[in-house]
Design a protein around this ligand. Sequence first.
Ligand SMILES: [Zn+2]
Length: 171
Amino acid sequence: MTSVDAGRIEPMSQTPMSETPDAGTSAAPMALAMAQARAAALRGEVPVGAVVVRDGKVLASAGNRTLELKDPSAHAEMLAIRMACQEIGSERLIDCDLYVTLEPCPMCAAAISFARLRRLYFAAYDPKGGAVENGVRLYSSPTCHHQPEVYGGLSESEAAALLRDFFKERR
Ligand SMILES: [Zn+2]
């Protein structure tokens, strides 16, 4: 874990996870993604968090930092994917899974495909901005050449409540 981890919540990233990250045992990485989302909210960022896992180990975790970095591409998924690629020294995250608290937008859905991530687990559905089960449904497009396995709705109510509270406070 190198200097690119600036955005990581250190104690959480050290959490040992012994279980295989399959559809049945995905609670721990999603809990870490949720912690990153809460940390993002405290920074005034839209509360979304993402975690990349391989063989039950967390390679990277990040929250939204678009305001802080003045970068519209600094979504949690993008940051976590970049960190994980640095971590394993490859532009492809073969056999890696991504956990994110909100259905990915078109940019992040495309990056997940380019990174060849194996599975995508997301919490809240996003009818307004999502690109997986909503909007362009990117992975159903014939021009999308790698489709991850998708599992939506994990810890959905917790992630949705976090987003709702965040936007309520800002109004
Ligand atoms: Zn995004």
